[in-house]
Design a binder for this molecule. Structure first.
Ligand SMILES: [Zn+2]
Length: 489
């Protein structure tokens, strides 16, 4: 999701009206989701009552059962579907103390996903200034980084571009740090003052090091001291609940198609979140949007031509595991999936869709967006992207869409303590629901045929775009390259 790729591939789109006969249904659906539905109340319940819901936690299981009950209360057929999580990882607590000659302070820290635990009494090691974690920084440190906690300075995260820069850089920073033999990796928080976030750790469950994020103010103080010549140590106490592979659950709702019930159009958003905040922007808002669209179609008694599946994914934050599990469980009907869409960028305005390098989707999207063109303009970005639940559909050759959204306040609150209900733009969320409803309904009713991609085509997509780099940043490249995930030639 590099900026240059987006600029080069952007294709301006002008909406057109839907085919006659569909327009009444889609207009009724759009009007319904724009009305006073339970969506906002449900988002408040999911975030304020159930709270942060990392996969593997009791709150996550509560969220699954609650969401299933909401589908059923709406009269939508729904079920829990099990899938395998590769490992259990939850933070119990995280503390840190920085000490030097005449200096002692305890900045707030959060363990990064898949950080190892420290011994109960904490792990003490020299704290060294690793600049921005560049190759040159590690060369400058030389042997000093061996056995030390390396403190990596960050830029403040303002927007989506900054977020994807963090993802791309962190994989490289981690491999440099590991090659240098560090005791652990400490990122300065990229959020203001003492706001923490649980992000990044690119190696997933294979990680063998303690990794944490330190509040920005505390990390800045440590860096000033180090740069003024004060030697420091860090004592970190990371208490992690780990465990082997286990079963988690997606919640899958379904409204059967009237004349092509074996063809499936899927709309999904992940229900799990991280747990410093309560996951309102990432991704409670879009999960509640998916649920509400199902509810309104059912309430209006609308009959789609194709079957619509409403997926509330789980395990997304820990490796896109729920949607991966779905593609395994439903492997026999993957060819029947006409389109799979993902919504996962908070509540900024939907500006169009990432269409994964498939030009044939563009005219279909134009038509589907026709009834909501007043909420545009819409610009499709025809590049493949990694980072949410479209991934395993893309790597299985299924036509897939990811809603592209204005950054709004998504970046600063990403995986952060501050991702709470009051950050959601409730008005824009309703407008986005109208857009998502129109696109879903369009694909579920229009005459269309989008061929699935072959293993060869997927391979050339990996080779001819920046897909491989993105896959590495999200720790999913090796699984594809070794034939464990997605199609290989
Ligand atoms: Zn997300």
């Amino acid at each position: 999701m590099r900026r240059f790729a987006i600029v080069l591939a952007a294709v301006a789109v002008v909406g057109v009206s839907p085919a006659k006969g569909q327009s009444d249904d889609v207009n009724r659906l759009v009007a319904a989701v724009l009305g006073d539905t339970p969506m906002v109340r449900e988002l408040e319940e999911l975030t304020d009552h159930i709270g942060g819901r990392p996969t593997g936690s009791p709150a996550n299981l509560r969220a699954v059962d609650w969401a299933l009950a909401r589908f059923k209360a709406a009269g939508v057929d729904a079920k829990k579907e099990g899938f395998q999580m590769p490992a259990l990882w939850l933070e119990r607590s995280a503390t840190a103390t920085v000490r030097g000659q005449g200096v002692s302070f305890a900045p707030r820290v959060a363990a990064l996903p898949f950080s190892t635990a420290t011994p109960k009494a904490g792990l003490t090691a020299p704290l060294v200034d690793a600049g921005h974690g560049e190759e040159a920084d590690f060369q400058r440190l030389g042997a000093k980084s061996k056995g030390a906690f390396v403190l990596v300075e960050t830029d403040e995260l303002k927007d989506l571009d900054g977020l994807f820069r963090e993802y791309n850089e962190s994989a490289k920073i981690e491999s440099r740090a590991i090659a240098a033999g560090v005791a652990g990796l400490v990122y300065m928080s990229s959020r203001p003052s003492n706001v923490l976030a649980r992000h990044n750790a690119s190696l997933g469950p294979q990680n063998r090091h303690p990794m944490m994020m330190m509040e920005r103010d505390g990390a800045a103080r440590a860096l000033r001291l180090l740069r003024n010549g004060t030697a420091l140590t860090l004592t970190a106490g990371l208490d992690i609940q780990g465990g082997p592979a286990y079963e988690s659950y997606n919640v899958i709702g379904e409204i059967r198609g009237s004349t092509k019930p074996d063809e499936i159009v899927l709309i999904g958003a992940h229900l799990d979140s991280w747990d410093l905040g309560t996951g309102a922007l990432d991704n409670g808002a879009n999960a509640m949007m998916v649920l509400d669209i199902a509810r309104q179609i059912r309430r209006l008694g609308l009959k789609p031509v194709r079957t619509i599946r409403f997926a509330l994914w789980n395990g997304e934050e820990q490796g896109l595991n729920g949607s991966f599990g779905y593609t395994l469980t439903h492997a026999a009907e993957m060819d029947k999936h006409v389109m799979a869409s993902s919504y996962d960028i908070g509540t900024g305005r939907i500006t169009g869709f990432f269409t994964g390098g498939r030009a044939e989707l563009l005219p279909i999207l134009d038509r589907a967006l026709g009834p909501v063109q007043g909420l545009g303009p819409f610009t499709q970005v025809n590049v493949p992207i990694v980072g949410t639940d479209n991934y395993d559909f893309m790597m299985r050759g299924v036509p897939n869409l990811v809603a592209n959204q204005e950054s709004a306040n998504y970046g600063p609150n990403y995986h952060a303590r501050s991702d709470e209900f009051d950050k959601a733009d409730l008005r824009q969320l309703r407008l986005n629901a109208a857009i998502a409803a129109a696109v879903t309904w369009g694909f579920a009713t229009m005459n269309l045929a989008v061929p699935h991609q072959t293993a060869q085509q997927i391979d050339s997509l990996v080779k001819n775009t920046d897909l491989a780099d993105q896959m590495k940043a999200f720790n999913v490249y090796d699984a594809w390259a070794t034939g464990k995930r997605g199609l290989r030639p």
